[in-house]
Ligand binder design. Structure first.
Ligand code: KG4
Ligand code: ZN
Length: 347
């Protein structure tokens, strides 16, 4: 990274960042003003192309990104009303993610940076999820516990007062969203499974099936959700009546209850152990209605402030990438055009 001569505090004009996100299966572009005002956030979902496979097919994802990236960026800039002339920098996810998908977004960002002569800023997708909470709450940019729960990740972070991000726990197998998707596929409910199970669980009866709370008392901050899915499959194979249509909402509710119990309990314990009062939850599963309800309840009981992004910023989007890009821009942290893409995270 090279230092810029744009030192924080000297820049008095409004700053417009174009964010680009293609790490997985959504093609996203957004323009954000001053890190807080989302002027546009365009998301082209590929769900319909992957749903018949019950999960994301990387080759399809990158091909669809190529088809959509130009259209989505143009729409984001037009909807923001800025045109390209007012964009100060382009921020793009270059890690972690599917290599073929990342390459499409990064390629587009490099082309824009080069042709418009504006800085290029490469960001970590997980860090961007944490920043999705700062769009509406810019004051809490440090000293918090961050839980990222998505289809690809379930990780806990401690962000200290210097804004250093330290991973304190992660899933040892399936991510929470992945478990939702796999259980939904097993129950023939459709894809992505999270929102479907969330909705079904509202008509709940938790006594039909007893499922474990994996690693809830493990003493560390790691997670494991693969055994929970296996337990549900095992119990329903043993008692086929559980798979009767009228029982499916109860199965969904019990599965969701286990996930919510584990996520909230370990996150609250992390906040207490690290002595912070703010907890930021983000990622696709942060849209879950029961998770939000339970976090708010436990937060109140433990004198913690719990933050969630608005629903439209929980799942993958480019506004969070532009928001993080804004802070990088203000620190003068730019990247060169020779940046690469990486499948793994560096935090
Ligand atoms: O953050 P995201 O869009 O993509 C990744 O970075 O993975 O998260 C997608 C995941 C999917 O697994 C989806 O099933 C889950 O988020 N999800 C939900 C809900 N909405 C989306 N899980 C539980 N409840 C929801 N309401
Ligand atoms: Zn994500």
């Amino acid at each position: 990274m090279k230092e810029s001569n744009l030192v924080k505090g000297l820049v008095k004009k409004d700053i417009y960042i174009l964010g680009i996100e293609t790490s997985c299966d959504d093609t996203c572009a957004s323009v954000v003003k001053n890190g807080t005002a989302v002027l546009s956030s365009i998301i082209s979902s590929q769900d319909e192309f992957h749903s018949k496979y019950g999960g994301i097919v990387p080759e399809i994802a990158s091909r669809k990104h190529i088809e959509m990236i130009g259209i989505v960026i143009k729409e984001a800039v037009e909807a923001a009303g800025t045109g390209f002339n007012r964009i100060d920098a382009v921020s793009v996810t270059n890690r972690p993610g599917l290599i073929g998908s990342l390459l499409v977004g990064v390629g587009a960002a490099k082309a824009i940076s080069y042709s418009r002569r504006i800085p290029l800023i490469a960001v970590n997708h997980l860090e961007a999820h944490l920043y999705s909470n700062m769009i509406e709450n810019p004051a809490i940019s440090s000293n918090f516990i961050g839980l990222i729960v998505s289809g690809g990740h379930t990780s806990l972070y401690y962000v200290d007062s210097e804004k250093n991000i330290k991973e304190i726990g992660h899933t040892l197998d399936d991510a929470a969203g992945e478990a939702y998707d796999k259980v939904a596929r097993y129950l023939n409910l459709g894809y992505p499974g999270g929102p479907i199970i969330d909705k079904l669980s509202r008509k709940r009866n938790l006594s039909l099936i007893d499922l474990p709370r994996p690693m809830i008392d493990s003493g560390d901050f790691n997670f494991s959700f693969s055994g929970l899915k296996t337990s549900l499959i095992y119990k329903t194979k043993k008692d086929r009546n559980l798979l009767l249509k009228e029982n499916i909402p109860s199965l969904a509710a019990s599965f969701q209850r286990s996930i919510v119990d584990v996520l909230t309990s370990k996150t609250i314990r992390a906040a207490k152990e690290y002595g912070v009062e703010n907890v930021l939850v983000s990622g696709g599963v942060a849209a879950n209605s029961e998770l939000r309800r339970e976090f708010i309840k436990k937060g109140r009981e433990n004198n913690l402030k719990i933050y969630f992004p608005p629903l439209h910023l929980c799942m993958d989007n480019a506004a969070m990438v532009a928001c993080l890009g804004f802070y990088r821009f203000m620190e003068g942290k730019y990247n060169n055009l020779n940046i690469d893409v990486y499948s793994k995270s560096d935090i």
